[in-house]
Write a protein that binds this ligand. Structure first.
Ligand SMILES: O=C(O)CCC(=O)C(=O)O
Ligand SMILES: [Fe+2]
Length: 248
């Protein structure tokens, strides 16, 4: 019988606690390192982000996406040269083989790019309908707050050719490696394909925070190798997923 593995959950308090021993800290580092190379994904608890703050930010998602379509469109990212702002349902196509994503999105802040996401009940029952189509994240590292109890995130695990669910557990944050770190570590840390299927009958909110780093940086492990800057990389990936340029 094939045992399907699970995305690991790591308790960061054994690292953060002021009285943590060096062995405990090394243990956490080893667990994180192993998860980054085996799965490119992990969940963390004991992270120190207050539960009340997590609840408030998810409540802000609900209030924002409950505004009228007209009010939300007045904040459209298409009117903003830095591509910050509101994205309508179906505006982003993360997987060109699937239907446009069934989610709306509000993005604020450059470089550390925090998004509020709303997945309504799927608009189509077609099996190519996803809340977010299969994709890898463009940046360096993503930290994701999922609405507790609203599962939907699935991570592709190549050895088993299986999509592993990442349960939406209160007070756990999902962390995953993006394309930049994958490129910079020569693939040692995996930028893993993932997608969102809003399996619930109603709304699902989530809040990913994408760390891109210094926009002018190139590969920190190979300084001066003339490779693409963070800004060039992010712009290329982003514009491609919104059909804003012909280049991939
Ligand atoms: O909503 C989620 O759980 C994941 C969102 C995601 O993968 C993304 O925005 O890149
Ligand atoms: Fe993602």
């Amino acid at each position: 019988m094939t045992v399907i593995p699970e995305i690991p959950t790591i308790d960061l308090s054994s690292y953060i606690r002021p009285d943590a021993t060096p062995e405990e800290r090394t243990g956490v580092i080893e667990d994180v390192r192993s998860a980054c190379s085996r799965y490119g994904f992990l969940q963390v608890k004991g992270h120190g982000v207050p539960l009340a703050t997590q609840r408030e930010v998810l409540e802000s998602c609900r209030r924002l996406f409950d505004l009228s379509q007209k009010e939300k469109d007045s904040l459209s990212l298409k009117n903003n040269p830095a591509r910050r702002g509101y994205e309508r349902i179906g505006e982003q196509v993360l997987d060109a083989k699937a239907l446009p994503d069934c989610k709306e999105d509000f993005t604020k802040e450059p470089v550390v790019n925090l998004k509020l996401l709303h997945y309504p009940k799927h608009i189509s029952q077609d099996k190519r309908q996803f809340g977010a189509g299969a994709h890898t994240d463009f940046g360096a590292i993503t930290i994701l707050l999922q609405q507790p109890g609203k599962d939907g995130l699935q991570v592709y695990h190549e050895p088993n050719n299986a999509w592993l669910p990442v349960p939406a557990v209160e007070d756990s944050l999902v962390i995953n490696i993006g394309d930049l770190v994958n490129k910079w570590t020569d693939g040692k840390y995996s930028s893993t394909l993932h997608r969102v299927v809003n399996a619930s009958d109603g709304d699902r909110y989530s809040v990913p925070c994408f760390y891109h780093g210094d926009l002018s940086a190139t590969n920190p492990f190979k300084p001066g190798d003339g490779s693409e800057t963070v800004e060039e990389h992010i712009r290329r990936k982003f514009d491609n997923s919104y059909g804003l340029t012909e280049k991939s």
